[in-house]
Design a protein around this ligand. Structure first.
Ligand SMILES: Nc1ncnc2c1ncn2[C@@H]1O[C@H](COP(=O)(O)OP(=O)(O)OP(=O)(O)O)[C@@H](O)[C@H]1O
Length: 505
């Protein structure tokens, strides 16, 4: 090849590669421009969203403080027999209507979830203001009075306000079914605020729970599975600064103490601690104080004495133990209603007893579901679901169903065998007469339970119910419950110091 031809070829090649380079450069510039534009649009969109949210927030902030007249507040406290005790002599008005929630900058998405109700229930009205301000609380109010949202609304608002995605709220519940129910309640709130919540309980595989924990800000748990996860390092509670013990007296009883100790040791020291229940026996009060900082005690109804919901009509029949089953059939025939929605809940004491009675009822032609500890978790959940949905209107349960379960249209509770404690009696019958409704509790009482006759008599009197003569014959002696738990964890609190009862004047 001649020099000239070689030069021409080189020149041609150069100009081709220059052209290619230019095309490439143009393409890149175009691409960059497009990316830049997309980025800007994205940012603008985000800014607008943030601005909108900020505006909403500032709107909330700029809302005028809603003052409720003192006379109205005092009438509300009196009518609902509310006492608020605290050592710091704080004087914070209850939130007696949802409008007043704006005084506390409650996230509007959370308050929207409450639209289905007319007004806060007495425990919500009186506990919320203290909880929004970050205080520890012991909330004691009758069964079915809305305690779940009483601790749940401030819990989720606490996460929203913190503006971080760490796990911050822990709710501990004694049974799997109750944990699931609390989860359903709180999920409505977390979903509205695009936060995540997980329910952690035993009897089902762990894998999915582990995955869900990793992305959740709120955990509802039964103690056993939670302790499992703590021990295997699958859950980090270091940032939990809002701790709720639901059914607190049960959680502080012997049997749960080791788990509760470990759980409390695993959460943040600087935290808000809440204890909610319908029964607050003297035996656990000092112990509870040891886990809390100057707790405010909110009492709805005269709950220094054990009291049952007064909208429940209580019948107590003293009976020969051998006649119980025959009487149960008569009661079922008497109470089974033509209204297909009405439900009856029967309580037995032991799992074996529950299984035996279930078989016997089925043999006699009753359609009955059963819920007790000898069943698998799937069977337990199926029985509860079919009872809740009304597919089967008769449920036979042990005390696993005594606390917290909120099942619509339970018209009658039958105590086939009396529970081990008088507190359990109050919780069992509290499965009826919920959220302002009425109900019936029919109890078969035998000489085997005579040591609880005095306490039962007091509960009946306290709720303005008739005390049968046969019950009085057992005398009024009440066996004291003992509490030997908590060893070194136990903190002696000076109970002689009287807390102040607040009145608004
Ligand atoms: N402000 C309200 N007004 C009317 N109903 C309400 C209100 N808040 C909650 N409820 C309803 O009251 C029912 C009982 O509530 P919840 O289960 O929280 O009771 P509880 O006090 O925890 O009862 P328990 O002592 O048996 O655990 C639920 O169906 C709930 O939806």
């Amino acid at each position: 090849m001649s020099d000239i031809t070689e030069k021409k070829r080189k020149h041609d090649n150069d100009s081709v590669s220059k052209k290619e380079k230019k095309v490439k450069k143009d393409k890149k510039e175009k691409r960059d421009k497009k990316e830049k534009k997309e980025k800007k649009e994205k940012k603008d969109k985000k800014d607008t969203k943030e601005k909108k949210e900020k505006k909403e927030e500032s709107n909330e902030e700029s809302v005028d403080i809603i003052e409720t007249p003192i006379e109205e507040i005092n009438a509300f406290l009196k009518e609902n027999e509310i006492t608020i005790e605290n050592g710091d002599n704080l004087n914070i008005q209850p939130i007696i209507n949802f409008k007043s929630l704006s005084n506390y900058n409650i996230n509007s998405k959370i308050s929207k979830c409450l639209n289905k109700f007319d007004k806060p229930s007495p425990i919500q009205a009186s506990a919320w203001p203290y909880l929004f301000k970050g205080h520890d609380i012991i909330g004691v109010a009758e069964t079915g009075s809305g305690k779940t949202l009483g601790f749940g609304v401030p819990a989720i608002n606490h996460i929203v306000k913190s503006n971080n995605k760490k796990l911050q709220v822990l709710v501990v519940s004694p049974t799997r079914e109750l944990a699931t129910q609390i989860y359903d309640n709180l999920k409505e709130l977390t979903d509205s605020t695009s936060l995540n919540c997980v329910c952690v309980y035993g009897g089902v595989p762990k894998d999915q729970q582990r995955k869900d924990i990793a992305k959740s800000q709120c955990v509802i748990a039964t103690p056993g599975r939670l302790v499992d996860f703590i021990n295997e390092g699958s859950i980090n509670l270091n940032d939990v600064d809002y701790l709720v013990l639901d059914e607190a007296d049960r959680m502080l009883e012997k049997g749960f103490e080791e788990d509760i100790k470990l759980i409390i040791k695993s959460v943040k020291n600087e935290r808000q601690t809440l204890m909610f229940t319908a029964t607050w026996p003297k035996e656990v009060r000092e112990l509870a104080n040891g886990f809390m900082k100057n707790p405010i005690k909110v009492n709805v109804g005269n709950r220094d004495e054990l009291t049952a919901n007064k909208r429940i009509t209580q019948y107590v029949e003293v009976i020969d133990p051998y006649d119980k089953e025959k009487r149960l059939i008569q009661l079922l025939n008497q109470y089974q209603s033509k209204n297909k929605d009405d439900k009856i809940l029967i309580f037995a004491l032991y799992k074996k007893e529950a299984s035996r009675i279930e078989r016997s009822l089925k043999y006699k032609g009753f359609e009955v579901a059963a819920l007790h500890g000898d069943l698998s978790q799937i069977q337990r959940q199926q029985a509860l679901d079919s009872f809740k949905k009304g597919e089967c209107n008769l449920l036979l349960a042990t005390d696993v169903a005594a606390r917290g379960l909120d099942i619509p249209n339970v018209k009658v509770v039958i105590n086939l065998t009396f529970p081990l404690t008088i507190e359990d009696y109050v919780h069992r019958i509290g499965r009826t007469g919920r959220a302002g409704k009425t109900g019936i509790a029919h109890t078969l009482f035998t000489e085997h339970e005579k040591h609880l006759a005095g306490a039962l008599g007091n509960v009946l009197r306290g709720a303005d119910q008739e005390v049968p003569d046969e019950l009085l014959k057992f005398g009024s002696h009440t066996k004291k419950k003992e509490h030997g738990a908590y060893g070194a964890f136990f903190k002696n609190v000076d109970m002689s110091k009287k807390a102040k009862k607040i009145t608004f004047d």
